[in-house]
Design a protein around this ligand. Sequence first.
Ligand code: BF8
Length: 462
Amino acid sequence: MGPCRLTDETQKGVCGASRDLVAARNLLRMVAAGTASHCGHAQHILDFTGGVLPAGHIPEGGPGSQFLEISEALHQTSMGVGADPAELLKRCLKLSALDGLCGLSLATSLEDGHFGKPAAKKGKLNLSCLKTGQVNIAIHGHEPLLVEALAREAARHRDVNLVGVCCTGASLLSTLGVPLAAAFTLQEDVVATGIVEALVVDSQCIMPSLPDLCECFHTRLITTSELARLPGALHLPARSRREAASMARKAVEAARRNKKNRSAGAEKEFNDRVEKAKEAVVGFCEDNINVERIAGRLRTGALKGIIGAVGCVNPRAEAAGWIDAFRELSADHVILTTGCMAFELGRRGLLDGERIFHMGSCVNNARIAAAFRRLADLSGRKMAEMPFLVSCPMPITEKSVSIGLFFATLGCDVHFGAPFPINPHTGAAGTLAALLGKEFASTAMFESSPAAFLRTLRSPAT
Ligand code: BF8
């Protein structure tokens, strides 16, 4: 009796669960967690900004019904409830669509209401955004609502340098032009520079290693979300504008007081080892990429398609190979990118705002969806008839799985690299493919090799 890990097609668990049932159940649990993360994120921003839903964001079942859907999915996947793989997979797709509406799109609309729509601008990426001569504060996580207060407070002090990490960082880079020091895999390196006085985290993709790591350096770790408390951290809640303003003041004070604790030699070591900052063009959204020109180039065949390069970067995968693949594809494709993939492209100097466009954080994948919609409308075609592909080559988190399937429910073809969210050799994967084809005219590709991915895209049939 458990854990449910069936490896053979003919094998069944003691309870009678087949491999397909286990695979479908696991996928639904992943999608439920991803959807919960994005919808929870959007709800936190909604609460922070006063609870007024922007137009077009009421799910069919009324405000808040997305949380009931998530709960129902978890109920359906618990022991002895849903036993029909097809039904579980249908719910995966329903939840993924809800993730798009009540997670990604709602969070992005609320961010835009708070910061305004992003404008194209030059930005800087990588660890060199930290400054030895200043008090460095890094902000990390996914809910940038509190950052405006911290950015404003930091700007009042000439000795304070604010940088971003992960998706809070990607969002800040797009909206306020705050330099982006690192993405998920490099978050520990930010602390390990030895020149960061405070690391302020909100929620999601925050490594549990940070408290131990901060103890090895002088970095003050500050949490702001009740959900993402860390042992030993200073907790300064930021659930409202008032709390955020107070948190910002206290965080800046704590960081300034802490600078004297930098270890001798840390600055020299940093200056000796750090790479030069990479310049990037950032701040794109559906309003400021030239969709008319892109649609025209698609019509003439100068462009073969548009690729959303999204999701995580997994140190166990061939990240450089994927970056090279997207670089090569950018010769005749437009690449729209978000989250950790965007950082990875940026730190190689590829975010040029001509062929590869930085569209923000992972919830800002709503901007890619909106750009796809505009391009389809301009071309007078359905989304599924357009040469759109969303590629998530190294999915670590459940969030990247629900994002990928959200695009599939829009009619876009989707690619997942390893670790695959579902074993492509199971009947459940076949059922998922059939559902996508029948209901949304989309396909899902599972490919862990950048070279094979390129070959598939370059083959005449695609
Ligand atoms: O939401 S790409 S590792 S940072 S989950 Fe996390 Fe994956 Fe990075 Fe942002 Ni998105």
